[in-house]
Design a protein around this ligand. Structure first.
Ligand code: C2E
Ligand code: CA
Ligand code: CA
Ligand code: CA
Length: 279
């Protein structure tokens, strides 16, 4: 019995040190990847529910690894967040997104709104308003075409500092969305206090729409609440026609999800936008 325990301990130690080594290797690779241009933004279309017009896209980061292929953000964003690498990475994302918006405008693809994900550390530590102002100035895009996606937990941390930052971002003319709405804090007081424009209804609620009456009640409540505060609503993770029509019936403004299109490389998105037909 003793021997078996030892063996198991040995295995556990090895697994632990493997995890640590793996994390350090990952940290170094993320740094190298940023330096050598292996990150790329994919774009997922967003449409208006009333007429299915294409109104924008969300920029979603991908790591195009020379050996491993496309790596999704769940594999490297947490490490980037822990190590602080998310700050330079997030700045890169903002510049890249604005440059892309500029290129679309130059090609005649105008009036598209581009959503960019902002991480907690980027929000707390970077001079976010200055960085966003630089991106807008350098690219010459209209600030109203840029939407910053923030999460509830970011807004709940420190009241005064948060409000100040949100106000300076809003003053730049960009819009602000609450991502993953409904999954974080249950306090809704901040919705009224902060200059946010849009609520992104989390995929979990959309998934429950088809399931039962409770799911529909919740989505209806979120949409009503948002509208009563003059906020727009966009539902994420819409995969089926039945979800879309339930959302339309509840007055949801916009949708995003596999039903319309998956996140895609920039060339594919341009193709998509060109051939897209509202129904
Ligand atoms: P998120 O902001 O909630 O993004 C939505 C995620 O849902 C995306 O995953 C998207 O591919 C996926 N999705 C979209 N439509 C559907 C659908 O119909 N069904 C299903 N099952 N999934 C759908 P992705 O691209 O893997 O991104 C995961 C998360 O990584 C994002 O969640 C976001 O929190 C983070 N992320 C992505 N890009 C960035 C970035 O540039 N900066 C930061 N800080 N975080 C990012
Ligand atoms: Ca998002
Ligand atoms: Ca605003
Ligand atoms: Ca989300």
């Amino acid at each position: 019995v003793k021997r078996r325990t030892d063996l198991r301990m040995g295995f556990f130690d090895a697994a632990m040190s493997f995890a640590v080594t793996e994390r350090m290797t990952l940290e170094r690779s993320v740094k190298d990847a940023l330096r050598s241009g292996q990150f790329e933004l994919f774009y997922q279309p967003q449409v208006r529910l009333s007429d299915y017009a294409l109104i924008g896209a969300e920029a979603l980061i991908r790591w195009r690894h020379p050996e491993l292929g496309i790596i999704t953000p769940d594999k490297f964003i947490p490490v980037a967040e822990e190590t602080g690498l998310i700050v330079p990475l997030g700045t890169w994302v903002l510049h890249q997104a604005c440059d892309q918006l500029r290129r679309w405008n130059d090609l005649g693809l105008t009036g598209l709104r581009l959503g960019v994900n902002i991480s907690g550390r980027q929000f707390r530590e970077a001079d976010l308003a200055d960085i966003v102002a630089d991106c807008i100035a350098e690219s010459g895009v209209s600030p109203g075409d840029l939407d910053l996606e923030l999460t509830e937990s970011m807004l709940m941390t420190d009241g005064e500092g948060t409000l100040k930052l949100l106000r300076s971002l809003a003053k730049l003319g960009v819009t602000l969305s609450i991502d993953d709405f409904g999954t974080g804090y249950s306090s809704l007081a901040y919705l009224k206090r902060f200059p946010v424009d849009t609520v992104k209804i989390d995929r979990a609620f959309v998934r429950d729409l088809d399931q039962d009456e409770d799911g529909r009640v919740l989505v209806n409540a979120i949409i009503s609440l948002a509208h009563s505060l003059s906020l727009k609503t966009i539902a994420e993770g819409v995969e089926t026609e039945s979800q879309a029509s339930l959302l339309a019936r509840h007055g949801c403004d916009e949708i995003q999800g596999y039903m319309i299109g998956r996140p895609m490389p920039v060339a594919d998105f341009a193709e998509f936008a060109k051939s897209y037909c509202p129904r």
